[in-house]
Write a protein that binds this ligand. Structure first.
Ligand code: F6R
Length: 241
């Protein structure tokens, strides 16, 4: 694992955006795996700036998001579909047909999940996957005690995650309790992985991911087995390393 420790959130975001832009420069039709949540928002802002400054184009880029809430309409302002449009897709030249986000409103979960993994394979696999990390060590929505062999599947969110995500909803009762998420195996099949984390609330999860035993109890610890992972952390998230 390569670990980059930055002074603060802004520096973390800029470094991450530069890694993504280098990937796009090297391969203009890269397949990017994308995350939602508070952590990558700054990185998306930087990428939009780079696009506006004509440094990069997303015209041939293909994206696959990590996850989507189950049973939440795409136009709900808390859906990950909405998040991606608001924080990135509406501001860049990406071709809409190249955007993939699990369909949380599907009536056929098994088909949706198998088809999502098949679509990733049919595009040649993910070149660069961006990850955040949950305070409980989840990546995507692969919660503690996940099967490392899992591909895209329906997950039950843990109480920790529901509580953490309730900051975006009017009340905790409105937070969906299930999501469709790429599995650990799907994530591990990516050629490069960039994990971002900031703030002291992530320090223990980062410690377990980097120095802890490789165990499904701490899903992010599986990343120790991947041969091209870069962690970009602010000082607080790196504090226990
Ligand atoms: C988001 C995702 C999650 C988040 C994690 C951290 O697509 O898959 O694993 O990356 O919950 O969320 P934030 O960044 O809001 O702390």
């Amino acid at each position: 694992m390569k670990i980059i420790i930055t002074e603060n959130y802004d520096e973390m975001s800029i470094k991450a955006a530069r890694m993504v832009s280098s990937q796009i420069t090297l391969k203009n039709n890269s397949v990017l795996g994308l995350a939602t949540g508070s952590t990558p928002e700054g990185m998306y802002r930087e990428l939009i700036n780079m696009y506006n400054n004509k440094e990069i184009s997303f015209n041939d880029i293909i994206t696959f998001n990590l996850d989507e809430y189950y049973n939440l309409e795409k136009d709900n302002t808390e859906s990950y579909d909405y998040f991606m449009r608001k924080n990135l897709f509406n501001h860049i030249d990406i071709n809409k047909k190249n955007i993939h986000i699990p369909n949380g409103m599907t009536e056929d979960i098994d088909y949706e999940c198998i088809n999502y993994d098949n679509m990733i394979k049919s595009k040649g696999g993910i070149d660069m996957q961006i990850l955040g990390i949950g305070g409980n060590g989840h990546i995507g929505f692969n919660e503690p005690n996940i099967n490392f062999e899992a591909t895209t599947h329906l997950v039950n969110l843990t109480e920790d995650t529901i509580e953490a995500n309730s900051r975006f909803f009017d009340s905790i009762e409105e937070v969906p309790t299930k999501a469709i998420s790429m599995g650990v195996k799907t994530i591990m099949n990516s050629r490069k992985i960039i994990l971002l984390a900031n703030g002291k609330g992530k320090a223990e999860a980062i410690y377990n991911a980097v120095k802890g035993k490789i165990t499904p109890t701490h899903p992010a610890s599986v990343l120790q087995l991947h041969n091209d992972v870069t962690l970009i952390l602010d000082k607080e998230a790196a504090a226990l390393l």
